[in-house]
Design a protein around this ligand. Structure first.
Ligand code: 6PG
Length: 247
């Protein structure tokens, strides 16, 4: 893959299959680099990109036996729906990846969506603190990029972009898209490796705005990742990279 550096971290550009493979490689590498760590935690995300990646991972038997035997699984953000909904980020990860891989229930950590959203965010932090360790969220945090430049459930204009109160996780009423539970900018700073997978021509404009636009995270939420650039990797296919490469 082609690698470029940017003020938003490392940008790898190549075919989709290479993006899929590199996502696994980076997370596996991160686990292998922290052998003394008590628990290795990996947050997946939502949307169509991960769904395709999950199916690829299962078909290719992509994870190492150690990862399969030890990793604790989360999602970086969640929709406030039942786990059996096709909208549920953890539900989709479970159906398409974790169940087919035989991951046991004690290493699956969904958000609670059967209690009030604000409480669900507080509970997520409290219940999972033993897996995260001190001043840490996920060891590996996967994210996507929306065509409006949102990432996780941080949408344009979100008050969490201005001030998250130092909380790592929050509930936010997004209006049109309903309640979302999400990692916050502070939570992202407390994560280990962050991997953003961006695929398809539909993302070319958004990626260009994030990486080459003026710094305006209130309108371009994914730009908050600039604060995480030392541990941030973008995996971008050629179609999504097209406009950025013109600059
Ligand atoms: C979600 C996500 C969201 C997603 C982007 C990209 O719950 O939808 O967490 O941030 O990653 O919208 O989604 P696509 O992969 O569908 O483009």
């Amino acid at each position: 893959m082609k690698e470029l550096s940017s003020s938003y971290g490392r940008v790898f550009i190549g075919p989709k299959e290479q993006c899929f493979r590199t996502a696994v490689f980076l997370a596996e590498g991160s686990r292998a680099q922290s052998p003394g760590k008590k628990h290795f935690t990996w947050a997946l995300t939502g949307g169509s990109t991960p769904k395709e990646w999950y199916q690829w991972c299962v078909a290719k038997d992509a994870f190492s036996p150690v990862t399969l035997a030890t990793t604790h699984w989360f999602v970086s953000d969640e929709r406030y729906v039942r786990p059996d909904s096709h909208e549920s980020n953890f539900g989709n990860a479970d159906r398409l990846l974790l169940k087919p891989l035989g991951i046991p229930a004690d290493r699956k950590h969904p958000w609670s969506t059967n209690i009030a959203p604000g409480l669900a965010a507080v509970e997520f932090q409290r219940v999972n603190a033993p897996w995260f360790g001190r001043d840490r969220t996920f060891d590996v945090c996967f994210l996507g990029l929306g065509d409006d430049c949102h990432t996780a459930s941080l949408f344009p204009g979100s008050p969490l972009l201005r001030d998250d109160g130092g909380h790592y996780f929050a509930a936010i009423d997004t209006g049109e898209k309903g309640w979302r539970l999400t990692i916050t900018p502070s939570g992202l700073k407390a994560a280990g490796l962050i991997v953003v997978m961006v695929l398809g021509a539909g993302k070319a404009e958004a990626l260009h705005r994030v990486l080459a636009g003026d710094f305006d995270p209130m309108s371009i939420p994914a730009q908050i990742l600039k604060a995480c650039r030392d541990k941030l990797v973008w995996l971008v296919d050629e179609d999504a990279a097209a406009k950025f490469l013109e600059t």
